[in-house]
Design a protein around this ligand. Sequence first.
Ligand SMILES: *Cc1c(COP(=O)(O)O)cnc(C)c1O
Length: 376
Amino acid sequence: MNVPLLDLCAQYATMKEEILAEIERVCDSQRFILGQDVEKFESEVAEYCGAKAAVGVTSGSDALIIALMAEGIGRGDEVITTPFTFFATAGAIARVGAKPVFVDIEPDSFNINPLLVKNKITEKTKAVIPVHLYGQCADVEPILELANKLGLIVIEDAAQAIGAERNGKRAGAFGDYGCFSFFPSKNLGAFGDGGAVTTNSQEKAERLKIFRNHGANPKYYHKYIGGNFRLDALQAAILSIKLKRLDGWSEARQRNAAEYRELFLEVDLADTLVLPAEAEGTTRHIYNQFCVLAPRGERDNLKQALQNAGVGVEVYYPVPLHLQECFAYLGHRRGDFPVSEDVSERILALPIYPETTTEQRKHVVGAIKEYFEGRP
Ligand SMILES: *Cc1c(COP(=O)(O)O)cnc(C)c1O
């Protein structure tokens, strides 16, 4: 049996006609840049996230960059974030010329440890970027409180967390900005690259729109140096169709996660592996990934065994960002962020996408059981 980590074809088959009709409509109009389809999708996303406004952009990476740019964050500034995230989080900080300042994660949620943020604040600190990793909101309340007191900007990296909730509030509605990615493997995936920034401030939304169009307002009069960060009309039209189905997919992912838990309990592996924890305050985990922790020193062998059994698995992420070659100038060394380092050596993502079947999950769990029975 084969269990791919992700198979988008099954999902596409359920909405192919509707999507092709929309693509045809946009093609017939020959209006590809911004316009009505983008505006419609923006208001739908804002409403879905419980934010006042959303601005469609080219990708999740650009969503982070444009939020930083709109706040004038750059050379000489520091931005606090987690080293255990996709590269783009810290990459965006560095690309606007600011310095990424890392804070270690919590061992259970894998999200930034809010208690450690305070120690890293200096007079150069301008913003904090908590990441809602794997589809679970970070513990943002203490960060928001601190930011409020000190006048810092909070930018949520919600790329993996559209529709995730903490204490009843959705990702992208907490901070000054929420940055979303519509990369195909995210819960809401475009047919290519795409992203959005949510905000509760109309004024910030207007500024983002100016920045995504080379900082021009009006046309050809450049108040700022922005860039081309525009979402395509084709992608927006497709995303509008998919957004209507997103809750159904997220619920299927939750059911799949619950079933994994039962199956691991049944075969007595729930203690050998560390299953993903839902933190206190998490009211909706959308399981963009279902990541387990292998016992120390076992992850790579377990990964290989699963691949041999036809199971698609992946390591998100094998190298914490403070140990990346490109950030050597920050002067970090192994041991600086021990929780991130430990997790990066033990984490493994299992197939969780909505269309996976119970039979497939049994195969995954069976292969893991076989690995632990067969090891020396
Ligand atoms: C996917 C992702 C991004 C980047 O999004 P792109 O659309 O691929 O540019 C940023 N941060 C996190 C946490 C992500 O998972």
